[in-house]
Design a protein around this ligand. Sequence first.
Ligand SMILES: Cc1cc2nc3c(=O)[nH]c(=O)nc-3n(C[C@H](O)[C@H](O)[C@H](O)COP(=O)(O)OP(=O)(O)OC[C@H]3O[C@@H](n4cnc5c(N)ncnc54)[C@H](O)[C@@H]3O)c2cc1C
Length: 332
Amino acid sequence: MNFIVIGAGVSGVTAAHLLTNTGHQVEIVDCRGHIGGNCYDEKQGQVTVHKYGPHLFHTNDKSVWNFLSRFTDWIPYSHKVVADTARGRISIPYSLLTEEQIGARLSDAEIRELIFVQYSEKQWGVSWEQLPDAIRNRIPARRDNSDDRYFTDHFQGQPKDGYTALFQRMLEGIPVRLGVPRNEWRKLACDYDHVIYTGKIDEYFDCVYGKLPYRSLRFEHEKSCQRLPHAVINQCNDLPFTRIYDHAYFLGEEPDETVITREFPQAHDDSNEPFYPMPFGAGMELYQKYKELARQEKNTLFLGRLATYSYLDMWMAVAQAMVKLKQQKWIS
Ligand SMILES: Cc1cc2nc3c(=O)[nH]c(=O)nc-3n(C[C@H](O)[C@H](O)[C@H](O)COP(=O)(O)OP(=O)(O)OC[C@H]3O[C@@H](n4cnc5c(N)ncnc54)[C@H](O)[C@@H]3O)c2cc1C
């Protein structure tokens, strides 16, 4: 069989590789000028810059870890985050270490107020009261130890040569077309038995039921001879950005000049990227309608964050592609 894969993010790249490896003919296209989707990184001077925000790999899924390890060595990396708050700079998630830094034991309500309320309001652009329970209840539990790693998964690391290089290796021998205008794939698809679609699901159906809500980001990158004292510093305060980070930490680089980025959440429109689906409330209701249309599509498989309208970490996107391609019996 032959397949056209729309989108060269981790979902599309994984699908393209698995299908090719099983003997299918595959072409992959992306409207951006590069592969990697939001995981894309590139060298700027001596620093590997995560163009669409820091990507830290973590999973408890051994099969995903082993699969990706065929294409990369890993640099051991345990992600740590601090937050600037009304009680000073503290480690998050909240742990016994945070308690030592603050010099007091906070109640759950106090932790929520200190770390989550302002941050979430900035992230989603609405007041805490208007946020759905799905977000308000997503507060990580306090840790009854001093483990200050952000993720506690068994497998954690950064691909030694970066994410773009990892995906390039997965795409070896597969034709890739970049900079393809957003609707162009529809013409190309006529020549293929199947479409693997990883773009926005509402866009696939020409937004017949209206546009799904997404949240976007604006990044302010700045070259600096001054390193940040931490990889990522969340801003749980009234500054207009949610976090600031120093890219040199992610691969343990020691450049003369680093790149520092401030991340500003903003509304999504046609001029920016749909970084976060908003699968709750009205967004979820609308998605159910598109999901039903997707179920009726005969020759298209919907994969990834935008097409399944869900918050997938990288490992989940890989796992989802593996599972869904197996369900179709396209791979074994
Ligand atoms: C700021 C941020 C930080 C993150 N940090 C982490 C992290 O630390 N760890 C982690 O595990 N995950 C993280 N994630 C999640 C991670 O980015 C996703 O798991 C991953 O990008 C999902 O890949 P995808 O292929 O489904 O989607 P995407 O990366 O969005 O790729 C979709 C691709 O399809 C292309 N496309 C869309 N429509 C069309 C069209 N019509 N025609 C052609 N091409 C099209 C897009 O250009 C894009 O390249 C983060 C996400 C964000 C936004």
